[in-house]
Design a protein around this ligand. Structure first.
Ligand code: NAP
Length: 335
């Protein structure tokens, strides 16, 4: 696969999202997850994205098992700040001592001495970002991580975090239908030379056309409560697909590849999307998106067809842990 620069690293231009192998949108067995991860390596992914949150350690454990032999050939990214607490509940905690503890657990599960790119998964509203980033800077000093990333961050928090220690990458949702980083975060990334890693670049599967009915999502599926996939909104959003599919046909790629090619074509080589899947055929199909190039006319057509205004529903519901530094930023800027 073609490569791109990500801070001091050079890696595959498409990374592999390792949330899906342990849930989010349904489950797969540990054995199948390992096969998926090894196949991803075989077909050219060299950038693997996991987190302490995913499967509460199970994703990191599977990545450790599957890619132990390839550790020196991959860019390994994980995340702290969101994890399971002692009572087994989901915890948002960006305190320095907790970040360091979680990192030790992740290193064990990943079967490695050092994590290449370590993100703060979400800013803890009770902890100044300087303290969380400061703890991560200590981890660099201790040789436990190589670089720092921030996830779902506002431009303001990004600038503050970067002052404490240089930030290598921002990871936030970005796709044809989720454009919030265009408001201000991209400008800061450009100015500070920070790479951008778009998560959910396949619109959580929507643009692939595989999800045509709300009843396809069981209660453990994150999309069950996402407004864009609701019973009312999904049919309205699906009306965008015939024209979208016609563009994919014209380009000569699949709908999933078109979604990834659009992200790859944005912002001058500094985007490294991380699609996730638990299916071997999708692992290969998505990797081939690196070969698809889009001309200006096609990109303009896509931008006109699918954007935050043409889509019905917010990306998160009020109950979901939305984050929302970036959402607040958007509201503030558009107020
Ligand atoms: N930092 C954060 O807060 C954050 C949040 C969310 C995600 N992430 C990261 O980003 C990664 C990707 O995001 P995501 O999984 O939310 O969304 P995504 O990659 O946009 O979409 C994943 C969905 O698309 C389906 N899919 C994948 N390739 C396909 C293809 N070629 N054809 C048809 N369907 C396809 C998957 O199905 P199957 O799973 O059934 O194969 C899954 O349902 C995650 O794995 C995780 O590493 C980070």
């Amino acid at each position: 696969m073609q490569t791109r620069k990500l801070g001091p690293f050079t890696t595959s231009c498409i990374g592999f999202g390792c949330m899906n192998i342990t849930g989010g949108y349904g489950r797969t067995s540990a054995a199948d997850a390992i096969t998926v991860l090894q196949t991803a390596f075989d077909v050219g992914y060299r950038f693997f994205d996991t987190a302490a949150l995913y499967g509460y350690g199970e994703s990191e454990e599977l990545v450790g098992k599957a890619l132990k032999g390839q550790r020196h050939d991959i860019l390994l990214a994980s995340k702290c700040g969101l994890q399971r607490d002692k009572q087994g509940q989901r915890e948002l905690n960006g305190r320095p001592e907790r970040i360091k503890q979680v990192c030790e657990q992740s290193l064990k599960l990943l079967q490695t001495d050092v994590i290449d790119l370590y993100y703060l998964h979400r800013v803890d509203p009770n902890v100044p970002i300087e303290e969380s980033v400061g703890a991560m800077a200590d981890l660099i000093q201790a040789g436990k991580i190589r670089s720092i990333g921030l996830s779902e961050i506002s431009s303001e928090q990004l600038i503050r975090g970067h002052k404490e220690h240089p930030i290598t990458a921002v990871q936030s949702e970005y796709s044809l239908w989720s454009r919030t980083p265009e408001v201000a975060v991209f400008d800061v990334c450009d100015e500070l030379n920070i790479a951008f890693v778009p998560f959910s670049p396949l619109t959580r599967g929507f643009l692939t056309g595989q999800y045509r009915d709300h009843s396809q999502f069981d209660e453990t599926d994150l999309r069950a409560k996402m407004p864009r996939f609701s019973e009312q909104n999904l049919p309205k959003n699906l009306a965008l697909l015939p024209e979208y599919n016609a563009i994919a046909n014209k380009v000569g790629c699949t709908p999933a590849q078109l979604a990834l090619a659009w992200v790859l074509a944005e912002r001058n080589q500094s985007m490294l999307p991380i699609p996730g899947t638990k299916h071997l055929n999708y692992v290969k199909e998505n990797a081939l998106a690196a070969e698809v190039s889009l001309d200006e006319t096609t990109r303009a057509q896509l931008n006109n067809l699918i954007n935050e205004s043409s889509v019905v529903g917010e990306r998160y519901s009020a109950q979901q842990m939305s984050t929302t530094d970036s959402e607040q930023e958007k509201q503030r800027l558009s107020a």
